[in-house]
Design a protein around this ligand. Structure first.
Ligand SMILES: *Cc1c(COP(=O)(O)O)cnc(C)c1O
Length: 390
């Protein structure tokens, strides 16, 4: 009898989660009711930040964060190649240009020296970025204090893409606390730490930014008389004062998120314990294991290893295939964004960001999720040892 496949990531939905969703389905409001704001409040309180704006995806949260920060044609946004395409695409939605900063090969996050050098060169050329998007890859925070200092020196704004990282900490504070980034973005896609099916959130300390993002999420419409032009026709009156979108999260989704949030610390603790156990069981494997950082407590979205081709005599490509054949559904994060055909057409070429490209060439994301059993983890480890001839 073959055992069931082990995916690289999986949501954890409880009976209480299902009941919370059903309760909304039986209520008066499927969307724009009381549960959306309650979920926003709960995430804001969890992160220790004043404002949260829920959206229908992290991608739309990135878009309205860029719009609220005034990103437009002729502006420049920088991010890393080792991310999901959305971290860069948000600039293109606004008609702005994208450029990339290479990663630190150890942390797999933005390289501070590369950022410093690129900022110096950009200042000389008069082409500084308006926004920098550091990505907390795998749940590990970027060096946010140093990036904040650079943002003050070079006058750029920071959107932290923490799609992987809700529940993680940096310098004893929750990721999303608003101390370093202008806006922090979370994703609630099912493979992420908590889920709403599809969904995202932007959190910030900045009251004006939060109000602007909330407006852009809903067509650019306001009901605030102070913001309206001319006479107010009556109590029904609203005005569309800028161009926005319908990026709202439904109350059905928010109910799932609010219920999931009750268990987030349990989820992160379990992921962290499984990561510690992978470290222990793979210590002598010759694989490159994920980085640790004394400034950070990772939320452990991913456990991404570097494959050892010499030790196994197998390429990463063949290791991927053999693991899949054994029912271990490892994945690869990430194909460097600048190598996507769309970005190549904008002029990016292989070799421009060597650390991101080298990292991509060898990486595999092992199964990691809160309901992964120790027996399943043992099966992953035994299969890896088998491939490595151990
Ligand atoms: C998942 C992810 C996104 C996009 O999230 P959605 O909610 O699917 O739009 C953006 N950035 C990173 C780094 C991600 O992992």
């Amino acid at each position: 009898m073959t055992e069931p496949d082990i995916p690289y990531g999986l949501q954890n939905v409880s009976t209480a989660d299902i009941e919370a969703v059903v309760e909304v389905l039986r209520s008066a409001y499927l969307t724009q009711g009381p549960v959306g704001p309650a979920f926003e409040r709960a995430v804001a309180d969890y992160c220790g930040v004043p404002h949260a704006v829920a959206t229908n995806s992290a991608t739309s949260a990135l878009h309205i964060a860029c719009m609220a920060l005034g990103l437009g044609p002729n502006d420049l946004l920088w991010t890393v190649p080792n991310t999901f395409v959305a971290s860069a695409n948000c600039a293109r939605f606004c008609g702005a240009e994208v450029d990339f900063v290479d990663i630190d090969p150890r942390t797999r996050n933005i390289s501070l020296p590369a950022l410093q050098d690129k900022l110096k060169a950009a200042q000389r050329n008069g082409r500084l970025p308006k926004i920098v998007v550091p990505v907390a890859f795998s749940g590990l925070a970027c060096p946010m204090a140093e990036i904040r200092a650079l943002s003050d020196e070079y006058a750029f704004r920071i959107i932290e893409d923490a799609s992987h990282a809700i529940g993680g900490r940096y310098r004893q504070q929750m990721i999303g606390c608003g101390e370093w980034a202008d806006v922090t973005i979370f994703s609630f896609h099912p493979v992420k730490i908590i889920t709403t099916g599809e969904g995202g959130m932007a959190v910030t300390r900045n009251t004006e930014l939060a109000a602007r993002m909330a407006r852009l999420r809903s067509h650019g419409i306001t009901r605030d008389p102070d913001l309206m032009d001319g006479e107010i026709d009556g109590p029904w009156h609203y005005q569309m004062i800028e161009l926005g979108w319908n990026y709202r999260m439904t109350d059905i989704q928010a109910a799932l998120g609010l219920s999931q949030l009750q268990r987030i610390d349990e989820f992160v603790a379990r992921r962290s314990a499984l990561a510690d156990r992978y470290d222990l069981l793979l210590a002598d494997s010759g694989l490159i294991l994920p980085p640790r950082d004394p400034d950070c407590a990772s939320s452990w979205h991913l456990y991404a290893i570097g494959w050892n081709e010499e030790r196994s005599g197998l390429s990463r490509h063949d290791a991927f295939l053999q693991l899949h054949r054994a029912g271990i559904l490892v994945n690869v994060h990430y194909i460097p964004v600048h190598l996507q055909p769309y970005y190549r057409r904008l002029g990016f070429t292989p070799g421009q960001f060597p650390h991101a490209e080298n990292y991509y060439a060898g990486t595999l994301s092992l199964p990691l999720y809160s309901s992964l059993s120790l027996a399943q983890q043992d099966r992953v480890v035994a299969t890896l040892h088998g491939l490595l001839g151990q």
